[in-house]
Design a protein around this ligand. Structure first.
Ligand SMILES: Nc1ncnc2c1ncn2[C@@H]1O[C@H](COP(=O)(O)OP(=O)(O)OP(=O)(O)O)[C@@H](O)[C@H]1O
Ligand SMILES: [Mg+2]
Length: 234
């Protein structure tokens, strides 16, 4: 469904992605692993058509279509959802406003505010709270809920569990599993290796802008050499 082929991305002259090739099939959860600064966010932004970075070589294909040259909003409209790193919200908008502001009135999609509140009961309870009145976990839930409102077929999540307590990480894992059951594909950037492997079907390891390892998630979990070599996990 999503095919990234030989992608090279730059910040100015800094060459950050060095020919990344990966794919995500329909309904598949794929983890993108790698230590800090290896290019995970750069890859996600490149796929979403967000600048910077600038893609200078390679292509992103989505359901057979080459996305090169499309604006970020055009890419999002084709069914790609994005949960940015660091849960960017509007401090003065309420939970409900966050979920409605993005949704073009003319588009009727499967995801409604009511459905989002069913999925995230915690947000339903906080519907009148503003962005700056939410806890870290609630902000993360809202960031995921927002990404769903455009009815994506694939969601790219950039470290959704960052800074969350273990119980919230587990809750998020449950949500990812539910989305997968609903048929969504997910490309999941994670620092939390065990959380990623708990929900992913496959994983790629990125190192200095290159894919250096690809495996089924279940195999990586039992592969201490890879864990130590690429991820610094012992
Ligand atoms: N806006 C920018 N301008 C210049 N260099 C950048 C910019 N954003 C990131 N970089 C550099 O590009 C490289 C990859 O950064 P990126 O944010 O993709 O890493 P990451 O794998 O997402 O790391 P983390 O796990 O810390 O989020 C790093 O060396 C970083 O310093
Ligand atoms: Mg990042």
């Amino acid at each position: 469904m999503l095919e990234v082929e030989g992608l090279h991305s730059f910040y100015g002259e800094a060459h950050v992605l060095n020919g990344v090739t990966l794919h995500v099939a329909k309904g598949e959860v794929v983890a993108l692993l790698g230590r800090n600064g290896m290019g995970k966010t750069t890859l996600i932004r490149s796929v979403m058509g967000l600048a910077p970075p600038r893609v200078r070589e390679g292509r992103v294909r989505w359901q057979g279509e080459d996305l090169s040259g499309l604006a970020a909003f055009e890419i999002a409209r084709r069914g790609l959802g994005y949960v940015p790193q660091g849960r960017r919200l509007f401090p003065s908008l309420t939970v409900t406003e966050h979920l409605t502001v993005l949704k073009p009135a003319s588009v009727s999609t499967g995801w409604t505010v009511a459905k989002a509140f069913e999925f995230f009961p915690r947000l339903a309870e906080r519907r009148q709270h503003r962005g700056n009145q939410l806890s870290g976990g609630e902000r993360q839930m809202l960031a995921v809920a927002r990404a769903l409102m455009t009815d994506p077929a694939l969601v790219l999540m950039d470290e959704p569990s960052e800074g969350l307590a273990p119980v919230m990480v587990q809750h998020l894992e449950g949500i990812i599993a539910q989305l997968r059951e609903a048929g969504l594909g997910i490309l999941l950037v994670e620092q939390n290796l065990y959380s990623a492997l708990a929900v992913a079907d496959r994983a790629y390891v990125l190192e200095t802008g290159r894919v250096v390892h690809e495996a089924r998630a279940a195999d990586i979990a039992e592969d201490p050499a890879t864990l130590t070599r690429y991820l610094g996990v012992h």
